[in-house]
Design a protein around this ligand. Structure first.
Ligand code: PLP
Length: 398
């Protein structure tokens, strides 16, 4: 392996840079997960976790990657043969939702999307109105589609379901938005929110979450898909006294406690405002370079990552490889049908202005070295924006 100096720039859209404070917090002896000290840890973590989802309801913590929590959301609420409407937003609506849902024996209505826009509330409403006998039991939307950098408007999705007077559950994947982009589980009437530890929450990979509404909990009592490890019931029962039904990821829970302390010390509203500035600055750079942003609708720009197209005839992975070799920076690859055509800059989690400036410098130098046609001035455009006074953060409701 090559010797490198300084820190690697991990600018993929997750896993993200883990703050030293969080790394240090894990570096303690593992304790008895059935002892009294553990119960305090669980209680502290669960108390601090709810407000990040903006919920007063229960949040379940699994020792798993995000995909496990996606599966948990489906099998706890649905029965074999149930119809599920999944909005196509990109790679993750397919690989984390459609594919597992089909394997689990659910009947999937995959509502086509262009990979350049979020879930359309209008199309969703039409589909639900057409389902007069309420065969559709759940609607699944990826809040922030990590493959495209498009954020769906969940408040509008909720309104569409309400306008259609449809009783389907609303399941939302916030794996790349939680702790980065404003998200309101209770206010938006979401039934199951799925999240992971390795992005906005600034932890290493290894924890995943389900935030659950009362309606989802009631569905779980009747849901017929087989479940054991992912079953909410023993988890909630054990959590009530501070424990888990199986061995929890103790050291990751230390890390989670520390990361949540950091989020709350900064304040959720300021966390969202910081991500907004970094999103704005990255998009300003893309425009100045003349690279087309994948997201077509400015209302749906993602503040946790930006995906941009390469000019025709230029391969995104060649650019990424050159940037990795020359500048020790990892950028996100194009996924699925965007492979080779687009690259992604992750600007989420533990991240600041100078890290963004360095990231954009690496991209600009890479574009030049790779001979990719572009205009100069992307970094300058971003710096102009970063140098402007920060906007006042909107208060977060709960
Ligand atoms: N959904 C989204 C939106 C994601 O970004 C990811 C991973 O990046 C997943 C699902 C799958 O999560 P994991 O890779 O942690 O299993």
């Amino acid at each position: 392996m090559k010797t490198r100096t300084g820190r690697h720039f991990l600018q993929i859209p997750g896993p993200t840079n883990v703050p030293d404070r969080v790394l240090r917090a894990m570096d303690y002896p593992t304790i008895d997960h059935r002892g009294p000290e553990f119960a305090d840890l669980t209680r502290e973590v669960l108390e601090a976790l709810g407000p990040v989802f903006q919920t007063r309801g229960p949040v379940i913590i699994y020792p798993s990657s995000g995909t496990g929590a996606c599966e948990a959301a489906l099998i706890n609420t649905l029965s074999s043969g149930d119809r599920v409407l999944i909005m196509e937003t990109g790679w993750f609506s397919h690989i984390a939702w459609r594919h597992p849902a089909e394997k689990l024996g659910l009947r999937v209505d995959y509502v086509p999307g262009t990979w350049r826009r979020g879930a359309s509330p209008e199309t969703l409403e039409e589909r639900l109105v057409a389902d007069a006998t309420h065969q559709i039991k759940a609607v699944v939307v990826v809040h922030n589609e990590t493959s495209t950098g498009v954020t769906s408007r969940i408040a509008d999705v909720r309104r569409a379901i309400d306008h259609a007077r449809h009783p389907a559950l609303l399941i939302v994947d916030t794996i790349s938005s939680l702790g980065s982009i404003d998200y309101r589980h209770d206010e938006w009437g979401v039934d199951v929110t799925v999240a992971g530890s390795q992005k906005g929450l600034m932890l290493p990979p290894g924890l995943a979450f389900n935030a659950i509404s009362e309606k989802a909990l009631a569905s779980s009592k009747k849901a017929g898909l087989p479940k054991a490890y992912w079953d909410w019931e023993p988890m909630l029962k054990n959590n009530a006294s501070g424990f888990f039904p199986y061995t929890p990821a103790t050291n990751l829970l230390y890390a989670l406690r520390e990361a949540l302390a950091m989020v709350h010390a900064e304040g959720l509203a300021d966390v969202f405002a910081r991500h907004q500035r970094h999103g704005d600055a990255t998009r300003a750079a893309a425009r100045a370079w003349g690279l087309e942003i994948v997201c077509e609708d400015p209302r749906e720009y993602s503040n946790s990552l930006t995906a941009m197209f390469m000019p025709a005839g230029h391969d995104a992975d060649r650019l990424r490889t050159l940037i990795l070799e020359k500048f020790d920076m990892s950028l996100g690859t194009g996924l699925g049908k965007l492979a080779g055509r687009a690259f992604r800059i992750g600007h989420l989690g533990s991240f600041n202005d100078l890290m963004l400036a360095g990231t954009l410098c690496g991209v600009e130098m890479g574009l030049r070295l790779a001979g990719v046609p572009h205009a100069d001035g992307g970094v300058t455009a971003a710096l102009d924006l970063l140098g402007a006074p920060a906007r006042k953060a909107e208060p977060v409701l709960s």
